[in-house]
Design a binder for this molecule. Sequence first.
Ligand code: GUN
Length: 313
Amino acid sequence: MKATSAGDGTGAAATTAAVPTARPADGGAIVIDGKAVAAKVRQSVSVLAHEFEGRFGRPPGLAVVQVGDDPASSIYVRNKRKSCQESGIASFAHDLPAGTTEAQLLALVHALNLDQRVDGILVQLPLPGRMDPNRVIDAIDPAKDVDGLHPVNVGLLAQKRPRLRPCTPYGVITLATEYGIALRGLRATVVGASNIVGRPMALELMLAGATVTVCHTGTRDLKSEVERAEVVVAAVGKPGTIPGEWIRPGAAVFDVGINRTATGKLVGDVEYESAAQRAGWITPVPGGVGPMTIAMLLSNVVAAALLRAGNQA
Ligand code: GUN
């Protein structure tokens, strides 16, 4: 399989050394250590960010925009800004009041599109209900769309010429690569068809050569779609969506769900304990796919900075 950064042309996410694997004594699944892989990606981003600053006299820059003060979004946004600082990326914070109009937000996005210090623009989702997220995403310069959600970037991925890749699906592919899971030819089932995860995940898996099924609310027999999958990606946001006994023995299971139970515990969409008895590889929650999302965002910021610098040269 190709390097982690396959196709983006920048090498921003490239990693080299093998990540240690943890196979439980009972012979269950290899537990995929997302924290370790994310740390490797961030290390390589940091090297590239400092090289960029040396060459161009400024660090790569990310503008993170939050509208309102949704507590969960505030935590994510704080983590993104802190991670930038740790990686040698300049962070530009834009905290807009809950009463901001869509026109005001669009005006900010237009200003950030023109700001030469800004290589990446991230507008934290969800936006307040009166705003149309599609209009906001469409307004971001595709060259600065480090979320990889602009139709131009999703379209390029669909046409097998990825540029800025949606962070969470790109993170799943990076985990598979790091653990030597050769996706080409495998039967993959994606559960969930959202614009942020499920749909671009299907495109990433196709790019990697898998045979892909996408399940959604219209799927008639989810169990049978999961049972024949050699790769399962769960991105529903509902605990217990995938019982462990549905997992095909030896399958690679990537759980994107992050759900908080009544007792305050974080769990994924897959029943972890029973699935880990059958799977070949499995991502835990927390500590699996979650840490990769920010790592790939940082990787995309460096990729965007290099692409923009190349285009200006
Ligand atoms: N909210 C939850 N996940 C994401 C993400 O990946 N990008 C943005 N912009 N908002 C999010």
